[in-house]
Design a protein around this ligand. Structure first.
Ligand code: ISE
Length: 357
């Protein structure tokens, strides 16, 4: 059974570091996600510090570095990876660069936490899987933070303990308040559905054999050209059906719900929780919905990065609950089939290469 993030958080108080000093992290890319990670390593992660930063926009890197004592800026990702004062690398650059930067980290023998996606297509992701296998060590963690969400972990543990019996259906809902103009159906797959695609690997631990897209009526709030909502249906090898209802222009807030239906019971996570208010004025009853994924998953991101740092410090490099290079490859293969299913009739098969030993 995999490590519980709450346990990981508890370990944070007494990090199991075997290095003589904090893990020195090199950050590639300090846009929205990279800057968020720098802030969490600076303020909330134990046993680590940011030592080297690069960004495509040098002034952005300099601004973040100025707020991060002990860090310095270099011009290129290659310099981050090669730097002597970098023990581990966090990649938060645009997805198109992830394959090459991850391969360079493996070649340098340095552990790497790469934001999703691992690569832009299955062939490139498989290159990373093969390079890591050839190196004979584990280096690659992939940033699917939901695996470190406390409710995700609770559901996974209940399933693994047999509490829900044999899994039959996994019903997912994924809603964003808004997306930027230009967001298209393909981005629905690679940017958003990719999280549920990883949830299939995480919860069910079995291959997806086919995928089908069902297109309902589109909301008038969708950006020009986007079909929104979309419904994706995945079929696994043992016959579990996964539904993913994706709706990204709700104009309401960020919601992620997951229901696992098993032969002995059904269990749902991501329901509205927290404070519920009855307002006499206006006769309203309800609570708050976060506007985007950062407040919703901040604890999961913290637990993910802490678990990674702990794994780097103890030499295992990849935390037990983390997505691996193989998970990144599987996700890329399913995304590619899902993209094809946007315009295909019926179920599109998913083909996987053999997993290198
Ligand atoms: C965004 O890029 C993310 O990764 C969020 O986690 C996801 O929920 C959202 O739909 C994406 O646009």
């Amino acid at each position: 059974m995999s490590e519980n993030p709450t346990t990981a958080a508890a370990q944070a108080a007494t990090p199991q570091t075997s290095l003589p000093q904090d893990v020195r992290v090199g950050i590639i890319g300090v846009g929205r996600m990279g800057a968020d990670h720098v802030e969490r390593i600076r303020g909330r992660i134990k046993g680590a510090r940011v030592s080297v930063i690069s960004d495509y926009l040098r002034e952005t890197a300099e601004k973040v570095s100025a707020e991060t004592p002990g860090s310095r800026v270099v011009d290129t990702p290659e310099e981050v990876i090669a730097a002597e004062d970098v023990d581990a690398i966090l990649i938060a650059s645009p997805g198109a660069f992830h394959r090459d930067q991850t391969l360079a980290a493996i070649a340098a023998g340095k552990p790497v936490l790469c934001e999703k996606p691992l690569a832009m297509n299955p062939q490139d992701a498989y290159d990373v899987v093969r390079a890591e296998a050839a190196s004979g060590a584990s280096y690659v963690s992939l940033g699917f933070m939901r695996r470190f969400d406390a409710e995700y972990a609770e559901l996974k543990d209940a399933l693994d303990a047999g509490e829900l019996g044999t899994p039959l259906l996994l019903n997912c809902k994924h809603r964003n308040a808004t997306v930027l103009p230009g967001f298209n159906d393909t981005m629905m797959v690679y940017d958003s559905a990719v999280h549920e695609i990883d949830a299939i690997s995480y919860f069910l631990e079995e291959p997806v054999v086919s995928v089908q897209t069902v297109v309902p009526r589109t909301t008038e709030l969708a950006p020009e050209g986007l079909h929104d909502p979309l419904l994706f249906l995945f079929r696994t090898e043992s016959g579990v059906i996964v539904t993913d209802e994706l709706w990204v222009s709700t104009n309401a807030g960020y919601e992620v719900r997951t229901e696992l239906v098993g032969s002995k019971g059904a269990s749902t996570i991501g329901q509205a929780s927290g404070r519920v208010t009855t307002q006499l004025e206006g006769g309203r009853w309800g609570g708050d919905v976060p506007l985007d994924f950062r407040p919703r998953f901040v604890a999961a991101y913290d637990a993910e990065v802490q678990a990674w740092i702990n794994a780097v410090a103890d030499g295992s490099n990849v935390a037990p609950r983390s997505a691996t290079a193989w998970d990144g490859y599987v996700g890329a293969a399913i995304c590619e089939a899902t993209e094809r299913s946007l315009t295909a009739d019926g179920e599109v098969p998913v083909a996987l290469e053999a997993r290198p030993s």
